[in-house]
Design a protein around this ligand. Structure first.
Ligand SMILES: [Zn+2]
Length: 94
């Protein structure tokens, strides 16, 4: 999949995100895979890119406010089915 990846912190104006092809993640137990259709960019993303938040592990794909469809699911994900529209907001790993 194509993603904008943060490999090193830097001022947003210096465009520290790099376009990369990365493996499609495999959802683990209790996780779903979302095919992202839309992704908001908020100030948290700016803080992430500029290295102002603790515990950010690189490389990282910023963007934690997304809408998409469920494209895969690990075990124990309940009644979500493939194609379900999935709004999501998380500050977890990406
Ligand atoms: Zn946000």
């Amino acid at each position: 999949m194509r993603a904008m990846v943060l490999e090193g912190f830097g001022q947003a104006a210096a465009a520290p995100l790099k376009k990369r092809d990365v493996p499609v993640p495999i959802p683990g137990p209790g996780e779903i895979l979302i095919r992202v259709r839309f992704c908001g960019v908020c100030h948290t993303d700016l803080h992430t890119v500029e290295g102002e938040l603790p515990d950010i592990v690189l490389p990282r794909i910023p963007g934690h406010e997304v809408v998409g469809t469920v494209a895969g699911a690990g075990k124990a994900t309940g009644k979500l089915s493939l194609g379900f529209i999935a709004p999501a907001a998380t500050a977890g790993s990406a």
